[in-house]
Ligand binder design. Structure first.
Ligand code: NDP
Ligand SMILES: N[C@@H](CC=O)C(=O)O
Ligand code: NA
Length: 428
């Protein structure tokens, strides 16, 4: 049996896991696809770096083109990351008729449509399961498992680093900075962790999920993004007291084909299944018109979980090779995109205010909500024995984003409000 030859671009956290699985599970893999799978060449940045696995040094190169242009190689696994440069490597590999497996959500969210179009033209596969929710087979689920349904809502904890940080801040009272360093050491964070903590990584993943779930071309600029860098331990404690967990939540929903997609720190009612997803775990909740509620859970980052998805994609490519059907499974979004306006997007809000502790303050505040048609679910004032500033916690019913913005704007001119300390979306 002629072996299937694979070229690996990158031998970092994920690439190392890929080598471990291909070597460790070789018997299972080759019996599924009917050929041995061989990692033929590997591109790295530094040839001298100490590795945690032993690699035949003749396989290593510091030039990705050596891998892409090797005529023996059938499939390229791209786990080096990056956008410019990497995109050109992938397009060239496709031009050369090589199939692609990638974990690169940055690339797929920004240039996925161009890459997938090229793949179709060249009858090649491009699979990217590892790019969203590392070890969870959510992309395959949306493409195949829900092909018969109409997806109405996708909610995801799709960034492991931030879930790890929020969990440790909540359960151990740990500091944001210390937990971020730990996530970096464990290989969860991106090379620039700003994209994790500022929500960009999750936004890219939600653009991919939205495109697949709603069969329309969701682009990164369609996703409104807010990260966790301003979330305080106090916010997390208030959330807990009210029966919520603080999560960086991606939310994509549709009503009558109108979409909204966002990523923001969200207070999730602790009875919702997604509220109990902690640590580096990810979960994607999918609501289908016919199927109802479903939820998919697993490790969202890290060497072996991510590599599991990569190698499963590799198996899919090789099975397609055997059947001669590569390049036929690309999902081409066909629906016209209609995004909801601020007036049409509505959700519950948590607002924490620092206010003057004197008579009539609450009345002035509730008057502003009434003026802009925002109905309140609860109002709590924290006890303040010194009679200096007091804190007021308000939870609204569903309110349009436009009206909420008007309320917050109006608060700026209200003397009795000394500070709007926090505003969070509330789910569940
Ligand atoms: N880490 C995770 O949990 C997850 C990561 N991903 C994605 O997977 C990809 C890889 O992530 P990860 O493994 O964590 O990244 P790492 O930084 O650990 O590894 C990157 C690898 O690529 C190599 N590399 C980088 N640039 C070049 C270049 N120009 N030429 C040749 N080799 C290069 C590096 O070489 P050297 O070793 O010499 O430095 C390194 O081996 C990224 O797209 C990431 O977003 C997706 C899901 C989960
Ligand atoms: N940095 C990402 C890695 C997986 O995509 C995360 O923390 O989820
Ligand atoms: Na996945």
């Amino acid at each position: 049996m002629k072996p299937i030859k694979v070229g690996l671009l990158g031998l970092g956290t994920v690439g190392t896991g890929v080598v471990r699985i291909v070597e460790g599970h070789q018997e299972d893999l080759s019996s599924q696809v009917g050929s041995p799978i061989v990692i033929e060449r590997i591109a790295v940045k530094s040839l001298d770096k100490q590795r945690t696995i032993s690699i035949d040094s003749s396989k290593l190169t510091d030039n990705p083109l050596d891998v892409i242009r090797d005529p023996e190689i059938d499939v390229i696994i791209e786990v080096m990351g990056g956008i410019t440069g990497t995109k050109e490597y992938i397009l060239e590999a496709l031009d050369r008729g090589k199939h692609i497996v990638t974990a690169n959500k940055d690339l797929m969210a920004l240039h996925g449509s161009e890459i997938l179009a090229k793949a179709q033209e060249k009858q090649c596969d491009v699979f990217y399961e590892a790019s969203v929710a590392g070890g969870i087979p959510i992309i395959r689920t949306l493409i195949e498992g829900f092909s018969s349904d109409r997806i109405m809502k996708i909610m995801g904890i799709v960034n492991g680093t931030t879930n790890f940080i929020l969990t440790k801040m909540s359960q151990e009272g740990a500091s944001y900075e210390a937990v971020l360093s730990e996530a970096q050491e464990l290989g969860y964070a991106e090379s620039d962790p700003t994209s994790d903590v500022e929500g960009l990584d999750a936004a890219r993943k939600m653009a991919i999920l939205g495109t697949l779930g709603f069969r329309t071309n969701v682009e990164l600029e369609d996703v409104s993004v807010q990260g966790i860098s301003n979330v305080t331990k106090e916010d997390i404690q208030y959330a807990k007291q009210l029966g919520y967990e603080m999560k960086l939540l991606g939310i994509a929903d549709r009503q009558d084909d109108q979409l909204s997609i966002s990523v923001q720190p969200t207070m999730v009612k602790n009875t919702h299944p997604i509220a109990s997803v902690h640590g580096v775990f990810n979960a994607v909740y999918v609501y289908g018109e016919a199927v109802g509620e479903t939820m998919f859970y697993g490790a969202g980052a890290g060497e072996m979980p991510t590599a599991t998805s990569i190698v499963a994609d590799l198996v899919a490519v090789v099975k397609n090779l055997k059947l001669g059907v590569n390049g036929l499974k690309a999902i081409v979004p066909y629906k016209l995109k209609k995004l909801k306006t601020e007036e049409e997007i509505a959700f519950k809000n948590f607002i924490l205010l620092q206010v003057a502790d004197k008579a009539g303050v609450l009345a002035q505040i509730t008057q502003v909500f009434a003026e802009f048609d925002v109905s309140l679910a609860s109002v709590v004032q924290t006890p303040n024995e010194q009679h200096t500033d007091a804190e007021i916690i308000i939870v609204t019913h569903d309110a349009s984003q436009a009206n909420m913005n008007k309320v917050l704007k109006h608060f700026e001119g209200l003397d009795v409000i000394h500070r709007v300390k926090s505003v969070y979306r509330v789910e569940g």
